[in-house]
Design a binder for this molecule. Sequence first.
Ligand SMILES: Cc1cc2nc3c(=O)[nH]c(=O)nc-3n(C[C@H](O)[C@H](O)[C@H](O)COP(=O)(O)O)c2cc1C
Length: 371
Amino acid sequence: MRTPLCDAFGIEYPIFAFTHCRDVVAAVSKAGGFGVLGAVGFSPEQLEIELDWIDEHVDGKPYGVDTVMPQKFAADVHGSEEELRAQIRTMIPDAHWRYVDDLMQRFDLPELTDDDSFGGVVGWAEDVARRHVDIALAHPIKLIANALGSPPKDVIDLAHEHGVKVAALAGKAQHAERHVNNGVDIIVAQGYEAGGHTGEVATMVLVPEAVDAVAPTPVLAAGGIGSGRQIAAALALGAQGVWMGSLWLTTAESSSSPESVEAMLEASSSDTVRSRCYTGKPARMLRNAWTDAWEDPEGPGPLGMPLQNILTAEANARISRSHRKDLAFSPVGQIVGSMNAVQPVRDVMFRLVEEYIESAERITAGIAELQ
Ligand SMILES: Cc1cc2nc3c(=O)[nH]c(=O)nc-3n(C[C@H](O)[C@H](O)[C@H](O)COP(=O)(O)O)c2cc1C
């Protein structure tokens, strides 16, 4: 499974794990892979705490940070996190506020207590994402990745000045080419099957297209990868490694809520939907009554990013408080159908490597028979 990226990062396996959970980052990196912490949901202050924790628990192994700097943002807002939220709230039409109030009543969501807080995600606003970058670069990270486009050129240059490589997610070969022209070092070619924000081209088609478009820039395959067989397929398509997000959500180290884990363990690969109901951009998640409500032709439909998450922040907090499996927000990809047990990260890594070896041996044996 060794590829040039293993040497570039000093890792045993080219398995990159995207996660919002610091325990998963540390566990993957310690098991020979490369953990990447998603920063978007953290305030800058909290990100600092998470990265300090990782530094203490990762035994000097390499890890990275992922930020979200979207290319297109529906609102020109600036300031502190609370100022951003206040500005965004004023842009939301009354009909949408009324619809969310109706939904909270329809689903009989519990009231929040004084201990509950909600505000909504603003980590994708440039002012916050840039603070994430500054904090991340003050830690011994080896990679900074960006969802939803290339990071701005000055961020790429700053990362390079710190000796940090830059990756960017791409849902089309043209996006991958643009990233490389902007100075990005590694492309994460992420297909339609993936959990979270995702485009419309399947991984099987996208990866070889991206590999050809940006060669010799290394490409990581993402979307629908959850086994060593799929890692072997990704490398056969020309990728230098894999970037997985969904699989870690049901590991023992994951911070996913119990109701969300239960829903994922029960789900089949047909139970996801690309919905704009959480962020305003199409993101894959488990389909449920809440996602259906935002597809309802009688409803106003979701707003764009960053409005939709601020609009639904209270409802999302009340759904969490309800602990209801049938409403829980569960972003996950189609690979969810194969996620049927909770296992520690170390065991998952071991399984991936074993399955990869079996697949590689099967393919090699087939070639030997031809000769
Ligand atoms: C719960 C969840 C949240 C995600 N959030 C982000 C994010 O904040 N930034 C990002 O670059 N990618 C994000 N992604 C996408 C992952 O980085 C990765 O590309 C994707 O999970 C790969 O497909 P898979 O889910 O089939 O493994 C997220 C994925 C999931 C499942």
